[in-house]
Design a protein around this ligand. Sequence first.
Ligand code: 9MR
Length: 331
Amino acid sequence: MRTRLAVGVAVLALLVQAAPASAAGPLKSITKRYVGSAVAVQHLNAEADYRAVLTREFDSVTPENEMKWGTVEAVRGQYDWSGADAIVDYARRTGKSVRGHTLVWHSQLPDWVGGLEARELRKVVKNHVFTEAGRYRGKIRAWDVVNEAFNEDGTRRPTVFQEKLGDDYIADAFRWAHQADPKAKLYINDYNIEGLNAKSDATYELVRSLKRKGVPIHGVGIQAHLSLLYGFPSGMKENIARFAALGVDVAITEADVRIPVPVTPEKLDAQAGYFEQVWDACHAVKRCVEFTTWGFTDRHSWVPGVFPGEDAACLFDAELRPKPAYTRLNP
Ligand code: 9MR
């Protein structure tokens, strides 16, 4: 009797193991990739249900605004690390990995930086990279070192860094970040480089040339801010594969899919299809190591403020119920 029971239990265990992993539970458990979300500290602190879903579903977090230069040093020499520290601390307590975002970016840049002359600017950028990457040394898995450096046609975006410091500001930023935190994986990050196009070509050429020069660059971050108003970017798998072939990792860093309002069941289904294609494109390439979404709930979103008439870009609705897109990834 006891033996039969034991055999029965063993068979049951086998059956359970044989069940598809995707039926098992939270998003983070169904793939070998890091599954992340952007997080905003004010919601993390104030909303227990928001915190609970983040903690349950994801194993990586990206501070949405808390590590940006404009947040940490709005006034020269006066630092505010409170939001960034709170997120890094949350990650430590809950066993999550952190994606740092972002060290060198023309947007959310304090005014005082824009007004500096070249020599001073270079010193200040170096100091910023060392101060921030140094503060979180050993606690950040990956940094978006340089964000959004290109125009759509593949030329360099004429930011204050580009205009005053020239092309080499990118290599410099990576070298400084590597010195400040030698174990962090260092990424260049951008939007509209999901598919094969002039901007992703330029990113590819840049990474190739940095690698050739021995600059410590370890990854390409593909933001993946998509909208149902445009077709799905063509050649996403091929694009991820060509980046990986350069010997770097690839991460989906800010995925979301905007819906033109009103939201309908058909549009939610189409949104699910877009998310699935991004997920599949990442899973088609071994070196695509991370799938991160830019927030996880339609309760809080950057979208309507920037794209009036579009909304509902996340995997969970405003009540934190999983949407069809979530169920498509995790049936
Ligand atoms: O989601 C962020 C929003 O809260 C900020 O107001 C905005 C400021 O530019 O930045 C948003 O995040 C951006 C990210 O840092 C870089 N890629 C595009 C994201 C959406 O605009």
